[in-house]
Write a protein that binds this ligand. Structure first.
Ligand code: FE2
Length: 285
């Protein structure tokens, strides 16, 4: 696999039975689907790529958990949007020859603008289980992000850091991310990042994380525009000999079962490992 791989030429891959747990399909509540038409288009596209289940995860500010009126208002928006989304899905008639729409479930993407949120409401967690999808503000990893991760773990939750490759302040050793993993964080890379949709730096870091064996999950972070990136990312992973099935099917299914991820071995594509490692000046394993 060449480092000059051109994502625009990527094959359209499929992965039967995959579980996508990061998307923005609730209509009208964030920068994702504007309406149920867009949401249904997305679900059809997910179905064509093989998705069995989609957990949709609208943006949610952690600080709202400290303000009951604001919390109630935000959750009220989600309830209305969720009802509209599930009704649209359940009344949609699948055309002959097309895959059935994925099963829907919900969570939120928690923006950690407060380092100690109250996540006791099951609607804030993925399918109501112990896993919670989190991100940090302003695409910056706080220097002591691991403290927040530790606190979440102490409270009984399993934080999954969404798109860690997109943070702009990683040092060459990925120090803060390493500390977060040490504190119990799990990592979810965006499918689009592997294809360069979030820029060259995010792609470099995403592939480096695969080379290190730090990636627990792959998800789409689909915002209901165009096709989910999952199919093409799966094709790329398979080309590189990466465990696409574990990243998109097995480990995400385990979220639904309340179980932690199975290990994802470091990608041993020799040239890729050395290329990414040199670029990021990663330590030898
Ligand atoms: Fe997202």
């Amino acid at each position: 696999m060449s480092a000059k791989y051109d994502a625009s030429n990527a094959a359209r891959g499929t992965m039967p039975g995959f579980v996508d747990f990061h998307s923005h399909l609730m209509p009208g509540v964030d920068d994702g689907a504007r309406d149920t038409v867009q949401a249904l288009e997305s679900l059809r596209a997910f179905a064509a790529q093989g998705a069995a289940t989609c957990l949709t995860t609208p943006h949610f500010d952690a600080s709202l958990t400290k303000s009951p009126p604001a919390f109630t208002a935000r959750m009220g928006q989600f309830e209305i949007a969720w009802a509209a989304l599930t009704a649209a899905r359940d009344t949609y008639r699948v055309s002959a020859g097309h895959a059935p729409l994925p099963t829907l479930a919900r969570g939120v993407e928690v923006m950690l603008d407060d380092p100690d949120p109250d996540l006791s409401d099951p609607r804030l967690r993925l399918a109501g289980g112990p896993f919670v999808l989190v991100e940090f503000p302003a695409m910056q990893m706080p220097p002591n992000a691991q403290w927040t991760i530790s606190r979440l773990r102490q409270n009984g939750w399993w934080p999954i850091i969404g798109h860690p490759e997109r943070y702009r302040n990683h040092d060459s050793q990925l120090t803060v991310l390493a500390r977060c993993r040490g504190a119990g964080a799990l990592l979810q890379v965006n499918a689009g990042s592997l294809l360069g949709h979030h820029g060259a730096r995010a792609r470099t870091v995403a592939h480096a994380l695969l080379s290190l064996g730090w990636v627990d999950y792959l998800a789409s972070d689909h915002h209901a525009r165009g096709e989910p990136a999952t199919g093409r990312a799966v094709a790329l992973l398979q080309l590189r000999g990466a465990p696409a099935q574990r990243l998109t099917v097995e480990n995400p299914q385990r979220i639904l079962a309340g179980e932690g991820p199975l290990p994802v071995p470091p990608l041993v594509a020799k040239e890729a490992r050395s290329w990414w490692a040199r670029l990021l000046r990663l330590p030898p394993r």
